[in-house]
Design a protein around this ligand. Structure first.
Ligand code: DX5
Ligand code: ZN
Length: 215
């Protein structure tokens, strides 16, 4: 099974974005993960539309925009116009059904993100309509946190639901992914791994991406 690696730009050196993209573009990472935070849904503020628009000029990779914002519906189309190839929003926010429709209307991949404390069962009504679940394995808001061990059980639970309902969606795992835990995360059922610190703080990021893919 091909695992998609999605380096999370949150851990990049923002004074060197051109440099960062020049090696990312040569890497075997298929997706670039872009964490958008509003300071309300999560206790941190990252970057938004203008930065993504600028980054779009530096790369042809798939841009995976993860919205950690309270009112995604107001901004989905704007992030699409800024260059998103997929957008995930949180199930803990407002009107999930209309968020799905808004993303689908843009003609891009749709993901639902879910926080560690939210029961997996809450996803069930939406699974047929989406392309992937972004399963948070840390509390959203910051890079470089430790993987929450119980996330493995949640991945397995979601995989069981996927098999039972015979629905085709990908499981993306976001937060605390390392070279040490990647195998277990994949074996549990994940096919998209987001990795911030593990890639950007690595001495050999290209090799780290390959290892995460091949593990
Ligand atoms: C956290 C973000 C993650 C984060 C992952 O709120 O959603 O995408 O950048 O970073 P690491 O891999 O360092 O945990
Ligand atoms: Zn993220």
């Amino acid at each position: 099974m091909n695992t998609i690696i999605a380096p999370s730009l949150l851990s990049a050196d923002f004074t060197q974005l051109k440099n960062e993209f020049s090696w990312l573009n040569k890497s075997n990472a298929e997706w670039i993960h872009l964490d958008v935070m509003d300071g309300i849904f999560v206790p941190n503020i990252s970057f938004g539309i203008p930065i993504i628009e600028q980054c779009r000029k530096l790369s042809h990779k798939h841009f995976d925009v993860h919205l950690m914002i309270t009112k995604p519906n107001l901004y989905i189309e704007k992030f699409y116009q800024a260059g998103a190839n997929s957008i995930s929003f949180h199930i803990e926010t407002q009107d999930v059904a209309s968020s799905i429709n808004l993303v689908k209307q843009c003609g891009i991949l749709c993901g639902i993100a879910i926080n560690p404390q939210t029961p997996i069962q809450e996803l069930v009504p939406y699974l047929k309509k989406i392309n992937f679940v972004c399963l948070m394995s840390v509390q959203p808001g910051f890079g470089g946190q430790k993987f929450i061990a119980s996330s493995i059980e949640k991945i397995k639970e979601l995989k069981i639901i996927k098999n039972e309902l015979k629905i085709n969606f990908d499981i993306q795992v976001d937060g605390g992914v390392t070279l040490e835990n990647a195998a277990e995360i994949k074996n549990a059922g994940a096919s998209i791994l987001v990795a911030g610190n593990t890639v950007f703080k690595s001495e050999k990021p290209l090799m780290t991406i390959d290892k995460l893919k091949e593990i």
